[in-house]
Ligand binder design. Structure first.
Ligand code: F6P
Length: 351
């Protein structure tokens, strides 16, 4: 590891899909850094703010300015899916602009895309960076839980609870499409918490024959309604259902459409009128739950402590009830998916 350079000014950015709790991290990092005597500057719009600075890209942050943002959803710094490693020479521009702004250390708050860039900047240029895991998907392998996840599960659970009353009133099956990209964590949590009749996640192929039989048996005993939670990454054939052919700068497609397709399939197979609902960005919006406010605050405090301790190239992580640091390379290696034993917990209650 190269010699650490003295830190006077700490930059902070939030990248990728927003998540309730981001402002909790910003508030905690700023407060602790000020205690250490560091100047703190917020970088707006994720890596875009350092790659292509605009007049408002750098905002001074201080304890008073962030005192009241904990309960606010989203991120006061804004976000983007800009990838400085997409085009030749852009990563160098990020490093140059950091130097031009006098930023000695950076706290990067994001998912595997944002943190993957942070890891490479540290590896390639010795950028003094500390990562903080963020995603409602909870699919980062190096931490037990990411903030944003609890809020997304709560929103999806509440939605399915609400849909149950209308499904029963109209004797319909309602299919609820849930976010999570290629990991089924949000759907797993909301399906279990809302007692959905079936919960389908990308990790397990759907058994349409079983679903057909169950809903027909329910109808035969007078329950001609039901609720199905399905993750956006579930496929009925080979291809993922996508909203459009375009991919973002990290190569991700915009998933979506399985809910409608599955609803049509179930109606054809069961003869029961079926509707679908896509929860979409509702799962990313609004105020964070108490758990996400607490977790994001703990992440932010530990990230600031990692800056003070020169723990560059590390990411804060939850292990049990302890917030520790792990290497960014460990954090961005593989997607954390729902293991079979947890899926079996769900399967117990299908029907
Ligand atoms: O990664 C978080 C997430 O909400 C995924 O669950 C979802 O597939 C994706 O972001 C949506 O991305 P965007 O907000 O760019 O449409």
């Amino acid at each position: 590891m190269s010699e650490s350079r003295q830190v006077r000014k700490v930059g902070m950015l939030t990248g990728g899909g927003d998540a309730p709790g981001l402002n909790g991290v910003i508030r905690a990092v700023t407060t602790r850094c000020e205690e250490y005597g560091y100047e703190v500057v917020g970088v707006k719009r994720g890596w875009k703010g350092l790659l292509s600075p605009e007049s408002d890209s750098f905002v001074p942050l201080d304890t008073d300015g962030v005192r009241n943002i904990l309960e606010e959803g989203g991120t006061i710094l804004g976000s983007s899916r800009t990838n400085p490693y997409k085009n030749e020479g852009d990563a160098e521009k990020v490093v140059e602009n950091m130097k031009a702004q006098g930023i000695d250390a950076l706290v990067a708050i994001g998912g595997d895309d944002t943190l993957g860039v942070a890891r490479r900047l540290n590896d390639d240029f010795g950028v003094q960076v500390v990562g903080c895991p963020k995603t409602i998907d909870n699919d980062l392998s190096a931490t037990d839980t990411t903030f944003g996840y609890d809020t997304a599960v709560s929103i999806a659970t509440d939605a399915i609870d609400k849909l149950r009353t209308t499904a029963k009133s109209h004797e319909r099956i309602v299919v609820v499409e849930v976010m999570g990209r290629h990991a089924g964590w949000i759907t797993w949590g909301a399906g279990l918490a809302s007692a959905a009749n079936f919960t389908l996640i990308p990790e397990v192929d759907p058994d349409l024959d079983r679903m057909q039989k169950v809903f027909k048996d329910r109808a035969a005993r007078g329950e001609k309604w039901g609720l199905v939670a399905v993750s956006e990454g579930v496929t009925l054939g080979e291809e993922f259902m996508t909203q459009a052919p375009e991919r973002d700068e990290f190569g991700h497609v915009q998933l979506g459409g399985i809910g409608e397709t599955l609803a049509g399939e179930l109606e054809n197979r069961t003869g029961i009128e079926t509707r679908h609902v896509v929860l979409g960005h509702l799962q990313r919006g609004g105020t964070p739950t108490a758990n996400d406010r607490i977790l994001s605050t703990r992440y932010g405090l530990r990230a600031a402590e990692a800056v003070k301790a020169d723990e560059w190239g590390q990411m804060v992580a939850l292990r049990g009830n302890d917030v520790v640091t792990v290497s960014l390379s460990e954090a961005t290696d593989e997607t954390k998916t729902v293991p079979e034993d947890l899926y079996k917990v769900l399967d117990t209650f299908f029907g």
